[in-house]
Design a protein around this ligand. Structure first.
Ligand code: PMP
Length: 374
């Protein structure tokens, strides 16, 4: 390991990349993988068939480059989102990670900064370093909440070129009140700053109206990022997208690679969107399993955060890493997000969720922190 690290460091790396580590959620083969917030419900056969048919058709044209502007897909995404959006408001890329990277390529870069409020999605600092954008780790209250006052103060202090608000936030799972988003937008307007609301988990929100899409009209520098990786159960296809003012889409075109969305990706996403009712039918069950986790953890004396997503963040554990390892011995892989006393678990199918809860109950003995339990 150190030899390969030495070998890498002997390369003429960009100085700002030296000493950095790549994204590294453990990829371990286990019966119950509840660590990366995937949708673990199996893909319905009808949707698999529709995707295969679509990809088969696309394969006949793979000798040609695909539609560079993927108009059909953007139309379908706009129809799915509603809120009066149309093709010129929509953009897509290979996962919302690439969406965020493209945004930083255009609005960040050397000499510029991006602010987000930690703990939050661990890719933001990596996307910042990859685009030579300074990452500013803003802070939250002790209970991980973020008030409008606190957010505005930090935005005014740092004057970041880009502010990313993750709502529902990963890893804590809780959605932001709309007044925080509008207050941050107004504060960033003082210096022409971009505000991105990362809504990767929006479909799981307890209040379906809780989306920044409603805030888009009249806000040229607001971008709402979404993904098909979670509610749509399409993480393997890599399709993220955003909705924004058409001028933002024009700006992204300055940095996107030509033909970045393959014909196979476009066909897959189109087939999935045309079957969105079947695909999204599992969302209610996932929300039910999530609520079951929150209730059971509370009964066990732990401290789950309220969740608008398909995962639950919980505290009140004395040795969170030891508990993570104990669960793994039962084949249950959850996420140690590196915050002592806290862990994060994805809501799975009923069977997976039961396996997690049973394993947790078995191993929890002596693990509930008296200081935090009630
Ligand atoms: N945003 C958040 C908050 C996430 O948790 C994730 C994935 N875990 C992503 C974006 C990226 O998802 P994808 O690239 O699969 O769209």
């Amino acid at each position: 390991m150190s030899t390969s690290l030495d070998a890498m460091n002997s390369l003429p790396l960009r100085e700002d990349l030296r000493g950095r580590s790549p994204y590294g959620a453990p990829m371990i083969e286990v019966p119950y993988a509840l660590n990366v917030n995937e949708n673990t419900h199996p893909m319905p056969d009808e949707v698999v068939d529709a995707i295969v048919d679509g990809v088969r058709l696309a394969a006949q044209g793979l000798n040609r480059y695909p539609d560079r502007d993927f108009v059909a897909l953007r139309e379908e995404l706009a129809a799915y989102l509603g809120h009066g959006l149309s093709v010129e408001n929509l953009w897509a890329a290979n996962g919302s990670n690439e969406i965020l990277q493209q945004i930083l390529q255009v609005f960040g870069g050397p000499g510029r900064s991006v602010l987000s409020f930690t703990p939050t999605y661990s890719m933001y600092p990596l996307l910042a370093s990859g685009t030579s954008t300074e990452f500013i780790a803003g802070h939250r209250a002790d209970d991980f909440s973020l008030s409008a006052d606190s957010a505005v103060r930090q935005v005014a202090e740092h004057r970041p070129n880009v502010t990313i608000l993750c709502s529902p936030n990963n890893p804590t799972g809780t959605g932001l009140d709309q007044d925080v988003i509008t207050a941050v937008y107004d504060a960033a307007s003082e210096f022409n700053g971009i505000v991105v609301v990362d809504e990767a988990y929006a479909e799981f929100a307890r209040d379906p109206e809780q989306t920044a899409l409603t805030l888009l009209p009249g806000r040229q520098r607001l971008i709402v990022s979404r993904t098909m990786s979670k509610a749509f159960a399409l993480a393997g296809a890599r399709l993220g997208y955003f909705a924004a003012d058409p001028s933002v889409v024009d700006a992204i075109m300055l940095v996107r690679l030509p033909y970045h969305l393959s014909g196979v990706t476009q066909a897959t996403a189109l087939a999935a969107l045309r079957h969105c009712d079947q695909l999204l039918s599992n969302v209610e069950d996932i929300k039910h399993q999530r609520d079951r986790i929150v209730e059971t953890l509370t009964t066990l004396g732990l401290k789950p955060a309220s969740s608008d997503s398909n995962f639950v963040f919980f505290g009140g554990v004395t040795d969170s890493h030891a508990l993570w390892e104990d669960l793994l011995t039962d084949g249950v892989l959850i996420r140690d997000v590196g915050i002592p006393g806290y862990l994060r678990v994805t809501a799975g199918t009923e069977e997976e969720t039961t396996a997690f809860l049973n394993s947790l109950e078995r191993h929890l003995h002596g693990q509930v922190s008296p200081a935090q339990s009630s």
